[in-house]
Design a protein around this ligand. Structure first.
Ligand code: ZN
Length: 500
């Protein structure tokens, strides 16, 4: 490697170290920090965010990037070095459009809003969160303005999380998913309904926790490089490839909620843990496609964790852990219960048939906010009306409605589509995995996840953020992002569950 390239990498390491500090402060804020620490913390986070930004756009970084571009000219464009330089250039061009003052103000605003959101949700009080969300929405509109001209005002927001897609792509994918999913849900609602009352008994926190830990250990989550903590809203984060953390929450009256959230977050963690160590502390382990990230979390949560082979292995253990609650429930009944389809209020608890509709609802609302068709003050009523339109039920309170998700308090407007498209991609990958590992079901039945994880590491994880979502999906599956396999998958799965 040339000296110029090495110098550029050292500059990237320095920026990555600031981002790691920011992520650690954020993790601590959501896991450990006492409420009164919020104000001081938001000041520190805003300062660190500004420093990271200033370093990223400094004359020295730009000079080093230009030198690095000369150094990689002519080398294999898919090599780590060439991709690192390419991704860094895109990142720099984006950051140059955003003033440092905005970055600092936004970090301060969102760090403050997070704790207010927690309080608002706990007390079911939208009014205290409202001014914070108003500022966040205004700032996101300003952010979009920095990127004029754009095809769509939502594009810059989407690109913050997913550079490989345009708003029109999201609209197109959702237009393909929605009618088929609505049709399937309607058909299901006309079938005999599944009983799942036994999942709502009392399941002690410690037992749920231990079970989640055991499952994700079997998946291959590396406890030497990771840890699991409690948070109001489950999330995953990482500071370097040796320290990748996940969180969950436990409801004692919901038997499987914490377990599925453990699997989901471990899916994110495994993705990051699988990156080639040579990419550590660079944009190739920070600038991920969130569609690809969610494809990994949803793959472990659903395609593995809500599958029949999985429960063939784990249900006897799970049942023996909760003999009074589940003693009379056999595997077939339990499997159906964890796949029960019904309109429900909470996205993260939703089944695979309705889940994407929760995302579409949020996407529609975000578009209305950003296109100035909706004001934050009208949001709770708008949410409830839209919810009724989508699901036929009205949330009983804002905690189970507009306040349920952490994302907007963190400034994450533009993120939600990545969940639904992540679902789509997860099934496309799954089809490729099945071709390469024909006895996948038998392996899952024996809790043998090494071949599956090995496949994912080889095809997806080790590349870090080298490829955007469309490119990676094309390379691995031979086709672009396509909603049809997902639709086929849910149709087959639920026809079997509800038709039998
Ligand atoms: Zn996720």
């Amino acid at each position: 490697m040339t000296e110029k390239l090495q110098q550029f990498k050292e500059a990237l390491h320095e920026i990555a170290d600031y981002l790691a500090v920011f992520a650690l402060l954020e993790w601590d804020q959501q896991v450990n920090m006492p409420p009164a620490g919020a104000e001081g913390r938001s000041q520190v986070m805003s300062r660190i965010a500004e420093q990271a930004h200033n370093l990223s756009v400094s004359a020295e970084t730009i000079r080093l990037l230009e030198e690095a571009e000369k150094a990689v000219a002519g080398i294999d464009p898919d090599s780590d070095d060439a991709r690192l330089v390419k991704v860094s250039r895109k990142q720099l061009d984006r950051e140059l459009k955003v003033p440092a003052a905005w970055v600092s103000d936004f970090a301060m605003t969102t760090a403050t809003a997070h704790n207010v959101w927690e309080e608002a949700k706990a007390n079911n009080d939208f009014s205290i969160f409202r001014p914070h969300l108003e500022k966040i929405v205004d700032m996101r509109k300003q952010y979009a303005d920095f990127f004029k001209p754009y095809d769509h005002v939502y594009d810059p927001l989407l690109h913050f999380f997913e550079q490989g897609l345009q708003t029109k792509d999201v609209v197109e994918i959702f237009a393909a998913l929605r009618p088929k999913q609505v049709e399937l849900i309607k058909w299901i609602s006309e079938q005999p309904q599944i009983k799942d009352d036994f999942l709502h008994g009392r399941f002690p926190e410690k037992d749920q926790w231990d079970f989640g830990v055991e499952v994700i250990k079997d998946f291959g989550y590396d406890w030497n490089r990771g840890r699991l903590d409690k948070a109001v809203h489950p999330f995953s984060t990482g500071f370097n490839l040796g320290d990748i953390r996940i969180t969950t929450r436990v409801y004692e009256n919901l038997a499987t909620s914490s377990m599925f959230s453990c699997m989901h977050e471990a899916g994110h963690g495994l993705y990051t843990m699988g990156a080639d160590p040579a990419l550590d502390r660079t944009p190739l382990t920070f600038n991920y496609s969130m569609v690809l990230h969610e494809s990994q979390s949803r793959l472990w949560e659903n395609l593995v964790g809500r599958s029949k082979p999985f429960w063939k292995h784990y249900y006897p253990k799970f049942r023996s852990q909760f003999p009074t609650q589940l003693g009379n429930v056999d595997l077939a009944i339990f499997y159906k219960a964890v796949n029960k389809v019904e309109p429900s209020f909470i996205r993260v608890e939703a089944d695979e048939a309705t889940y994407n509709l929760h995302v579409m609802l949020r996407f529609e609302i975000e578009l209305a906010l950003i296109e100035n068709r909706l004001q934050v003050k009208d949001l709770p009523d708008y949410w409830n009306a839209k919810f009724k339109e989508y699901f036929g039920i009205t949330p009983p309170d804002n905690a189970r409605g507009v306040l349920q998700d952490v994302h907007w308090s963190s400034g994450y407007i533009g993120y939600f589509p990545t969940y639904a498209i992540g679902n789509v991609v997860s099934v496309q990958l799954w089809e490729s995995i099945r071709k390469d590992i024909p006895n996948l079901d038998e392996q899952i039945e024996k809790a043998e996840f090494k071949p599956l994880l090995g496949w994912l590491v080889e095809k997806v994880h080790r590349h870090g953020a080298k490829f955007e979502c469309q490119e990676l999906v094309q390379r691995v599956t031979g086709s672009k992002i396509d909603p049809q396999p997902y639709l086929q998958y849910i149709e087959t799965k639920y026809t079997e569950i509800y038709g039998a």
